[in-house]
Design a binder for this molecule. Sequence first.
Ligand code: NAP
Length: 321
Amino acid sequence: MSVKEENLVITPKTEPRHVKLLVLGSGPAGLAAALYAARAELAPLLLTGTELGGQAALTFSIENYPGFPQGVGGADLGELFQKQAERFGAQVEFDTAYSVDLSTRPFKVVADSGELLSDALIVATGASPIHLNIPGETEQTGKGVSYCATCDGWFFKDKKVVVVGGGDSALEEGLFLTRYASSVTVFHRRDSLRAGAVLQKRALEHPKMKFVWNTVLTGIVGGEKTEAVRTRNLLTGEEGLFPTDGVFIFIGHTPNTQMFAGKLEMQDGYIKVDDHMNTSIPGVYAAGEAADSHFRQVVTSAGMGAAAAIEATHFLERETV
Ligand code: NAP
């Protein structure tokens, strides 16, 4: 509503919205937190962030989330989580927070849609893929370089692709790429894989998958499209040029916690939590990969989200007595 004074139109500043519980992030941790908080009748507001469903939504098939013996699509699981949370009154908004003031309660959060006040806060902002930081990587992103096989695999039908990394992500995504690509060559910096035994066996036995050991990428070459990768063998020092149409990089993740630097206690960029998901500020909880550098599974993130919501519920009950 605006007030007209002579020719001057004054638009009153809209009051910040005040909620009991704000959840930041729409991955398994955030959505599980919203579900538990909704069932505790806190009417939580969840801001999704830019990656709806979090990293799990980028996974083609999740085979180790209990309750789905045949596996479940990552995006499908995210949708199910969201529907379940909304059924009990959680409000899910496509919005991103970009600054927080945790010095007083209610906590202040500034999001794209405006300012929010929250009596308690659950941070479930997840993590993002780490880049190799080699020449050509940024320039070739979207032209052949990708961090998500589910998103971009289809573009590499009958093409040769390279995968970087030796963990679960590299092998799982590499196996997914065999649906499209004519060959998937995994470059790993050591001669043994970090991935779990089941994935290792499947990948090592797959006829389309090849492995280049003890080798790192030193550059990505291309113009409008990626053409090759520069390589170096770490044992012999031998340099090479390996022709490829695509480069998929899966070398780990970094937590999305920059907004909380200097405001919450951290360790190596991860928000420090105790076993009740308490951060260094009472009333602020953290869950999922923003606070977990160890397990990083859909089921453990969802568990942390549920625990954070239970603790937030107790905190709000104590505060209102
Ligand atoms: P990760 O386990 O940290 O593995 C990263 C891989 O990248 C490692 O093999 C590492 O080599 C390599 N690497 C790191 N920096 C590198 C660099 N600069 N150049 C070349 N290689 C580099 O990461 P992730 O595979 O993304 O998995 C993260 C977590 O999610 C893990 O806990 C994993 O179990 C979990 N996850 C589980 C599933 C599943 O259960 N289905 C699927 C995906 C992820 P080194 O081995 O030499 O360190």
